[in-house]
Ligand binder design. Structure first.
Ligand code: ADP
Length: 336
């Protein structure tokens, strides 16, 4: 397997989302009729792979949606999903959907006798609150072995597959000289040794608090430069903290400049409908910028963060997770 394009490998989860909307959550022992039900293909790994693929090419016209058909816009990166699904009927539809978005799924394992990961999501319409039960299934059957494609240039990780699988592959990716991006979600405290292998650490505020060993309250009154410095001194090259509607903070420095302040970029203007997958879009867009720059040996963190910030703003204007992820032309034509 070798590609003329820079290759992004996204090593992570694939979950089928069962989304039930209800006016209120049933009490114990109670049965309620739901307002609506939908099935979606998600998981942070899969969503970020979709974001990488869509943000590396313009949206195909409806007449050229089949892979390989002439007229399909050419991508600027090659996106590989790495993970596992089960041998149930969901798996094929899931992989077909990823292929249609331009994600290569050759490295997704189909595990015989396993079930695909399932997220049962109950949305209470009145409050807008989500309650999620995640059955990791095939995602947690992955073993701590090397899963990276040989020709990967950039490796993107989250924490929805076993931690030992993530850590093993981060080490491997570092050893092979890849650009390593970690989005530590859902967050758990991490051993300090991992940070020296990370080229880019992208997290939201609550994830940054957990990795910093702080409560949300302590984090709220902490100085972002101090938070970022803790990761920079441990070896992370670029620390990015997404701030929701407030935009994004980032700090990227050689060691001698760590005491300089980081940069905060305001969120791009958006009419908020649903913020689901904003973080996944941000990571995918940023990864595309890293991959393109690697091909040219010319990374501009300001441009990468600005692009990711604009892409994520488009996502909050649409309902759903994967359905909300924009294509490249939907980001670039928008002036902030
Ligand atoms: P997560 O979805 O992982 O919790 P955030 O809520 O921090 O992450 O959002 C990620 C990014 O999405 C932000 O840094 C910003 O670029 C964009 N974003 C989030 N909310 C808004 C908003 N209300 N308006 C514009 N952009 C937003």
């Amino acid at each position: 397997m070798s590609s003329p394009l820079p290759v992004i490998a996204v090593i992570g989860s694939l979950n089928v989302d069962f989304i039930t909307r209800t006016t209120r959550v049933p009490a114990a022992g109670e049965t309620l009729i739901a307002q609506s039900f939908d099935i979606g293909f998600g998981g942070k790994g899969s969503n970020q792979a979709v974001a990488c693929a869509r943000l590396s090419r313009p949206k195909p016209s409806s007449s050229s949606r089949n892979p390989g058909e002439t007229g399909r816009p050419s991508p600027s990166v090659d996106v590989r999903m790495v993970g596992a699904v089960g041998s149930d009927p969901f798996a094929e539809g899931f992989l077909a959907g990823l292929r249609q978005d331009g994600v290569n799924v050759d490295a997704v394992r189909r595990l015989e006798g396993q079930k695909t990961g399932i997220a049962n999501i109950i949305v209470e319409e009145g409050s807008g609150e989500n309650r999620i039960m995640l059955a990791a299934n095939a995602n947690y059957a992955l073993k701590a072995e090397t899963l990276l494609p040989d020709d990967a240039d950039v490796a993107v990780f989250q924490l929805e597959i076993p931690l030992e699988v993530v850590l093993h592959n981060i080490n491997e990716a570092k050893r092979k000289g890849l650009e390593v991006i970690l989005n530590p979600a859902p967050a758990v405290p991490l051993d300090a040794a991992v940070f020296k292998s990370l080229s880019h650490l992208i997290m939201n505020e609550s994830e940054a608090a957990i990795l910093s060993g702080m409560s949300d309250e302590e984090f709220g009154s902490a100085d972002l430069d101090d938070i970022a410095s803790n990761f920079l001194v441990r070896g992370v090259r670029n620390v990015i903290i997404t701030l929701g509607a407030k935009g994004v903070y980032y700090h990227t420095s050689p060691w001698y400049a760590i005491r300089k302040p980081g940069t905060t970029l305001a969120a791009a203007r958006a009419t908020v409908v649903d913020t689901t997958a904003a973080g996944d879009t941000f990571v995918g867009a940023y990864a595309v910028a890293v991959a393109k720059a690697r091909a040219l040996d010319d990374f501009d963190v300001d441009a990468a963060v600005a692009f990711a910030n604009r892409a994520a703003a488009r996502t909050v204007e649409r309902k759903g997770a994967r359905a909300a992820v924009p294509w490249l032309d939907e980001v670039d034509r928008v002036a902030d």
